[in-house]
Structures are given as structure tokens and as C-alpha cells.
Ligand binder design. Structure first.
Ligand SMILES: NC(=O)c1ccc[n+]([C@@H]2O[C@H](COP(=O)([O-])OP(=O)(O)OC[C@H]3O[C@@H](n4cnc5c(N)ncnc54)[C@H](O)[C@@H]3O)[C@@H](O)[C@H]2O)c1
Length: 421
């Protein structure tokens, strides 16, 4: 047991370790290297001292964890949250290793975080925090080393500050040090919609494989933000009926299908789905038992748990959010024949277009949105079909199959590179 972990509470890292144990029997000769996956390569804890607007000095704790770099530079977001811990960032970094390998983009896994409640600080204070953090982790990040991106409570603006700080420190503009940047600073077209587009793409593939026509399929979505909103729009455009949407303001329902484009306008104007005309209001707890074919959790973690998993009627559940299904719920859904398309593949569209952003920054040559979307769809379809094949071959869930594909790729790279020295 590493000294930096509490043996009584391994937190999210403990869940990740169990997932690795579950796939180990399927790794063949590569199982010899499995301990690689159980040890983050590098974990940096930094102190971020900042002078606040009132003249006092506050200290924030920040992390950057590089879980595995066998397949390429680290890649993963940075979150600003008061409760973020080293264990959580370690697990998130490991899941990025799995996600990047699952869609076969040439990145390892990394993640970062700062223990701060961003709602309590001014924009100027947050800028200082982001800049000092970037400077402190500057030792281990870089376009060929580790490339951060937005995550919970960070956005394009934070990425612009990070890119500028790193560039100032090295004395040259380095757009490729972060992804998820504004378009005017080397960001990529299609990045904002990429995760929702990936969710739709794998959902449509899964539906085809189980013989469920998208035309007329009943879809329910939790979360109508970046991921859920775009996924709902694409399903509606493909002829599906989006019958229910839940967000932090309420749950709405329309048996004949909601008008998604109008709902998007309503959310832009009012900040949530509550109050949308042409829909009935539904009790929040009824949402998970709704009569639908495709259910898309695209909001928060641990939403589908032992209390509501048994009520899910959908044939396919596509995890747009990270970690929306608890391990117990996963087993219940499996027993009830619900096909779960796991987060590590379903929401990998975002990191795939981040990869495109990084490639475009390196070559200083930018692609059209059409090219980006075509390439995204091909990568997502190929990745999903490879995972499907492994699931059939070993008679395992798509989650275990995704881990088998991804961990095999990571450990294959480990074996080919050999151990240094
Ligand atoms: N944006 C990406 O590229 C990306 C990539 C991979 C994974 N994800 C994951 O997808 C999820 C959603 O991310 P996003 O970028 O769409 O965020 P977002 O902030 O754009 O949208 C979040 C949505 O969740 C809803 N929500 C919040 N609290 C809720 C509650 N208690 N009950 C019901 N709904 C609630 C909000 O109303 C909003 O509609 C997160 O888990 C995120 O980690 C996002």
C-alpha cells in the first residue's frame, strides 16, 4: 500500500483498482505488467499562494497526476472544486488512460485539480490561481509531455490563461500545451459539440447492433448542458423522440416528443428546462423509470444507484456523464438486460477532438468542421465496434470489454518499450 493513500478509505482510486482486478484475467501474457496500471507514474502536489482582492493571501492545494505515459503524452482536464482530493485526481487520471486507449488516440492519462470553490472568488483571483497553478505544474506539462484541458468549473477562458502563462514561462507561444482553447487561440471547430456527438454516434451503433431503429426510438436525457443538449438534438434530428429531459431546474415530459431546438432556446434564455411550454412536469424521482428505449445520464456522478436501477426500462443506457452508474447499479442493469455503454467510451468524443486540436496546433493547419466531424464519427464507430466484438468474444459487459481493449493497448506499449534502465 503506498504511503500516500489511506488504507481505510481508498476513495475513487479504490474503485479503479477493483476495475483493474476484474480485467486482469483477460489480459493474457500482458497480465505480467498489470501492476503498472495500479501505480500512477507521477503525482505532483503544489501550493498555490495568491493575493486576494482584499489584500490577504490565500493558499490553495493543487495536483497534477500523470497516471500512465506509455502510449504518449498525458492528457486530461483540470477541475476547480473545493472537495477534490489526490485520490480522486489519481482515479480520474487512470480513467483518462483507459479512455484515451479505448479510442486509440496516442495519449496517456493525466488529470489535475485545485481545491477551491470558484463561486467564492472574483475572476481576477481565479486568473491568478490558474496562472500560478500552471507555473507550478510547468515542470511536468508541455505539448509533448502532458496537455491539460477543461473539466468541472474550468472553461475556454481558463485554458487561455494557462496557455499564456506556460508560453510566457518558456518564452514562446505554445498553443499545443492545452486543448479546449478559444477558436481564436488555436482551439478546434467542433470541440464544443464533440462529446454529445460521440454519445449519439456510439448510441446509434449500439441501437443498430441490438436491432433498435433510431427512427421513432424514445429517448430520455438527464442533463441538458453541453453533452446532454447536443446528444438530444442529434437523436431528434435522426428521427428519435426525446420524451423526457431532466436538469437541475426540473423534469419535463412529452409523450409525442419534445421540440428539442425550441427547448435549447428556452434553456439559453431561462437557464434550465423548467417552465418550457408544450411539456408536462414530472416528479424528479419518476424520471429513471420512464418508458423509453434509450436513457442518457449526462449530468452528475452516481445518479443510477441501487435504489433506482431496478426501475430503468430502457434497452440502452449511454453514459454521457462520468461515473453516472454505481457498481451495484451496474450489476442490476446487467441482470435486467439493459445494455450499458460505459463512460470510458461513450463520452470519449471530447478527448478525440482535443486530440484533433493538438494535431492542428502542431501543424498550424486547421481543418473544417466537416472534416473534424467525419474523423470523429469514424474513430468513435471503430472504437465502439472493437469493444463490442471483445464483449461478445468474452461474454462480458461493454465496460469490462472497454477496459480489456484499453488496458491491453497500454500494457502492450509498456512491454514494447521495456523497462528503463
Ligand atoms: N463537456 C465535455 O466535453 C465532457 C466530456 C466528457 C465527460 N463529460 C461529463 O458529462 C457530464 C456533463 O457535462 P457538461 O459539459 O454537459 O456539463 P454542463 O454544465 O454543460 O451541463 C450539466 C447539466 O447537468 C444538469 N444538472 C446539474 N445538476 C443536476 C441535478 N442535480 N439533476 C439533474 N440535472 C442536473 C445541469 O442543469 C445541466 O443541464 C459531466 O459528468 C462531465 O464530467 C463532459
Amino acid at each position: 500500500m503506498p504511503s500516500y493513500l489511506n488504507p481505510d478509505n481508498l476513495g475513487p482510486w479504490g474503485i479503479y483498482l477493483k476495475q483493474v482486478d476484474r480485467v486482469t484475467p483477460y489480459l493474457g501474457h500482458l497480465a505480467r505488467w498489470v501492476e503498472t496500471l495500479k501505480h500512477p507514474k507521477r503525482a505532483l502536489i503544489v501550493d498555490i499562494p495568491v493575493e486576494l482582492d482584499d489584500g490577504t493571501v490565500a493558499h490553495f492545494e493543487g495536483y497534477r497526476v500523470q497516471h500512465n505515459l506509455s502510449r504518449g503524452p498525458g492528457k486530461g482536464g483540470v477541475r476547480f472544486h473545493q472537495d477534490v482530493t489526490l485520490s480522486e485526481v489519481m482515479a480520474l487520471a487512470a480513467w483518462m488512460s483507459v479512455k484515451n486507449a479505448a479510442v486509440n488516440v496516442p495519449f496517456g492519462g493525466a488529470k489535475g485539480g485545485i481545491r477551491i470553490d470558484p463561486r467564492k472568488y472574483s475572476e481576477k483571483e481565479l486568473e491568478k490561481v490558474a496562472r500560478r497553478y500552471t507555473s507550478e505544474i510547468g515542470l511536468i506539462i508541455g505539448p509533448t509531455k502532458d496537455i491539460p484541458a477543461p473539466d468541472v468549473n474550468t472553461n475556454e477562458k481558463v485554458m487561455a490563461w494557462m496557455m499564456d502563462t506556460y508560453s510566457m514561462n518558456i518564452g514562446a507561444t505554445a498553443t499545443g500545451v492545452v486543448t479546449g482553447k478559444p477558436i481564436d487561440l488555436g482551439g478546434s471547430l467542433g470541440r464544443r459539440e464533440a462529446t454529445g456527438r460521440g454519445v449519439f454516434t456510439v448510441g446509434a451503433e449500439a441501437a443498430k447492433l441490438i436491432g433498435l431503429p433510431i427512427e421513432g426510438a424514445r429517448v430520455a436525457v438527464q442533463g441538458f448542458g453541453n453533452v446532454g443538449g447536443i446528444a438530444a438534438k442529434l437523436f431528434a434530428e435522426a428521427g428519435a423522440k426525446v420524451v423526457a429531459v431532466q436538469d437541475h431546474t426540473g423534469t419535463i415530459y412529452r409523450d409525442s416528443g419534445l421540440e428539442v431546438a425550441r427547448l435549447q432556446e428556452h434553456v439559453r434564455e431561462h437557464g434550465g428546462v423548467a417552465g418550457f411550454a408544450d411539456a408536462d412536469v414530472m416528479a424528479a424521482e419518476e424520471f429513471w423509470g420512464i418508458d423509453c428505449d434509450i436513457l442518457i445520464p449526462a449530468a452528475l456522478e452516481a445518479q443510477i444507484n441501487k435504489d433506482n436501477a431496478g426501475r430503468v426500462k430502457a434497452r440502452i443506457l449511454i453514459e454521457g456523464a462520468n461515473g453516472p452508474t454505481t457498481p451495484t447499479a451496474d450489476d442490476i442493469l446487467h441482470d435486467n438486460g439493459v445494455l450499458v455503454v460505459p463512460d470510458v467510451i461513450a463520452n470519449a468524443g471530447g478527448v478525440t477532438v482535443s486530440y484533433f486540436e493538438w494535431v492542428q496546433d502542431f501543424s498550424s493547419f486547421f481543418w473544417t468542421e466537416e472534416e473534424i466531424n467525419q474523423r470523429l464519427v469514424k474513430i468513435m464507430r471503430d472504437a465502439f465496434n472493437a469493444v463490442w466484438h471483445v464483449a461478445q468474444q468474452h461474454k462480458v459487459s461493454l465496460r469490462t470489454a472497454t477496459f480489456i481493449v484499453a488496458c491491453s493497448r497500454i500494457l502492450q506499449a509498456r512491454e514494447l518499450r521495456g523497462l528503463y534502465p
